[in-house]
Unconditional design. Sequence first.
Length: 593
Amino acid sequence: MFSVKSRLSLHEARHQLRSIGHRRDYVHHRLYATVQEKPKYDESYDVVVVGSGAAGLGAAITAAKKCGLKVLVTEKTGYFGGTSAYSGGALWIPGHKHQESLGFGKDTIEEATKYLKHNLGDLYNEDRLQAYLKSGPEMVDWLESETEVRFFGAPQPDYQHGQPGSTFGRVVLNQQFDGRRLGNMVKKIRYPLQGMSAFGTMQANMLDFDKFKRPFASFANFNFVTRHMLRYAMDYLRYGKGAILCNGNALVGSLVLSNMQQGTALWNNASVTQLVEENGRAAGAVVDKDGKTVRVQAKKGIILASGGFGRSKELMSKYNVLSQNTASPRGNTGDGMRLGQQLGARLPPPLADNALYSSISEYHPKKGTMRRFPHAGFDRTKPGYIIVDTDGKRFANEAEPYQTFGQHMKEARVTKAWLIGDHQAVRKYGLGVLLPAPYPMAHLTRTGYLKRGKTIEDLAANLGLDAKCLRSTVSRFNEYASQGKDPDFRRGEHPFDNSYGDFENKPNVNLRPLNKGPFYAVALYPGNLSTLYGLDTTRDAQVLSTKGTPIPGLYAAGADQNSVMMGKYPGGGSCLGPAMVFGYRAAIHMASD
């Protein structure tokens, strides 16, 4: 780095020592001396945050507002938000302030601890998890009282509901956010995933999905959708995109505005290429900003929150992560891991799973780049759908949590599957990037994303499946689904399944026979939403060295930090929750260090 070793003659050494007021007698003919040059910095901050997802932006606003520090956030790509902007924006925070009002009673750290111990088993880390459970509700309270972030509670069940300590309502989501408040900065918020918005960037809150699915069901629905679309048109003319931000985009937007108000420096197109070490401490960063090298001092330290390595084929192969498909942004290439290791950071043993898995479909538009859509639960969990492998057979409960379903694809070595729905289901619920009626579908059949067949046999031919086998699978499924039963995989018997079902569908909210054609299908591939394996840290997100001691001034949060859940996924938001909590703890610890 900036440490320069030189071999000096006796005369040269004496000259240097006299210049700083020291006189000594030397008897050696040669002297080996180390001269530690002070780094030359172009800019100076208290804190440098590498990455602009929820972990990085949350850490930044905590450092800036709660701790009164001068903060710089660097974003490698042109857009702020990272993987968080693609996500549903859910945080798993047991005991948060909104939980009791949902009607599920008061939650406690003791109950959440019981659940995590049962769920994680030998992987349970008392020190880090207790820090997480203690700070989660505190962070939610502080963000809502001191920043632009506004949460609401979601009545979602824990993913392993029924285990000791499990309950409902531990998830918080960000309220819809008006991106106009960001001015032109809204253009720099990462776009939502295709299929999570209409017409490219027109977003809708999850609570309003039903209105968009059935705009003509009532005058109120029609009026709401019409006003929303008019607002979108006005925003598009002004910003080139929709400015009503929802889900993960809303979380990112509210955090960006909070940081702007506090004077946090937000650099996009700024890649950190190297960390600067002074006297064993992380003291600065070398940033490639718009093609120019900028040396930045970090007086208090550096927080690595660059999003993991979901776009590095080399690292995914090395750490046994499914790399066929990933929904991570292109910039997530393992920068945090690489930078940490420059300063001697330790990587722990591999996790139960080193990534968060999901089934993913690929949309190849006639113009533009291929887009990936993660099937988290808005289609495959609904009645009127099944998923089969290339043999035309079911292999899992289609309505189970996305991590569990992705694991089942991996375990069964399913490299390609088909999500199949009848006409009624597809028009009512949508299918992948296809939104429900009245939104058009013809363009998706033309590109080949959406396959179609008048009958199950026709569809099988179009998918390259054995028609008899697929017919046998569908017939067996239909026979039991008409009774609300699934003896093969027990679909609809778990509270999580039901939470994504259709409550108008009886007797099982997740099951209905595939009745009348035409029938439709999209190809599903195993993939990941984010990596979970990262740098080893303390309860305060301090990065540990290979010796097991904290590296002064160096912190990691989000996907750059090794998952506190150790590759397990106890509930929705088990990535974003810890990401923000440990970013919060990192900033507070850094300020007091």
